[in-house]
Ligand binder design. Structure first.
Ligand code: FE
Length: 212
């Protein structure tokens, strides 16, 4: 920074908090306040990484597992390699595990410590995933949390909660909805939602009005 003594305009970057999320938020605030970025554009950018770009990759993995029994086996045995077969790999995706929903078990993923999340297949985590409320309640009251997401599981289905860490990150393979035999793999991928791959959602059959 220049040597002038008055500091009316120069942001003091040394005061940024050390937590990455807070640091980013602080930077964003500085940039917006200085008129350097448009907050609406930033929101759109973040939204697309949360909802579109990232989860579309995971959806392709899930749809392939539904359609290709050998791929499903490889995915369950070594998710990192099977996901890399489709070209999705890299930072925050080095140690993947795939967990499959069945009639007996519904899998749900949390990071109780922070916000570990499989970026190559799901993009960046939604705000609620990083919230203290979700991180604390997902473990002690998974059914209560699921109900708030609008997910009601049959009595006989147990809930398995997986705690993501830097060492292992989980991708849920949701149940393939009924009446989808005629759909192609890419049509199936369109049905797969981000939340269904975190385990806080289930996939409605095609044609169901989706009002959550
Ligand atoms: Fe974490």
């Amino acid at each position: 920074m220049s040597g002038h003594s008055h500091d009316h305009d120069d942001p003091d970057y040394s005061v940024l908090p050390s937590d990455p999320a807070l640091r980013v938020k602080s930077l964003e605030t500085l940039l917006v306040n200085k008129g350097l970025v448009d907050p609406a554009a930033l929101d759109a950018f973040i939204d697309s990484f949360q909802n579109d770009i990232g989860p579309k990759n995971g959806a392709r993995v899930v749809a392939k597992a539904w359609c290709d029994a050998a791929y499903r086996e490889r995915l369950l045995a070594d998710a990192t390699s099977a996901i890399a077969e489709l070209g999705f790999s890299g930072i925050q995706g080095e140690h993947m595990a795939a967990v499959e929903n069945t009639d007996d078990v519904h899998n749900m993923v949390v990071c109780t410590l922070c916000s570990c999340y499989p970026w190559p297949v799901l993009g960046i985590p939604p705000t609620w995933y990083k919230s203290f409320e979700y991180r604390s309640r997902a473990v002690v009251d998974p059914r209560g949390v699921l109900a708030e997401f609008g997910v009601e599981l049959p009595e006989g289905t147990s809930v398995q909660v997986w705690d993501s860490t830097a060492e292992i990150r989980y991708l849920v393979i949701p149940k393939r909805p009924e009446d989808t035999e005629s759909l192609s793999e890419s049509q199936l991928a369109e049905l797969v939602t981000r939340d269904s791959m975190i385990g806080t959602g289930v996939i409605s059959p095609p044609g169901d009005s989706n009002d959550d």
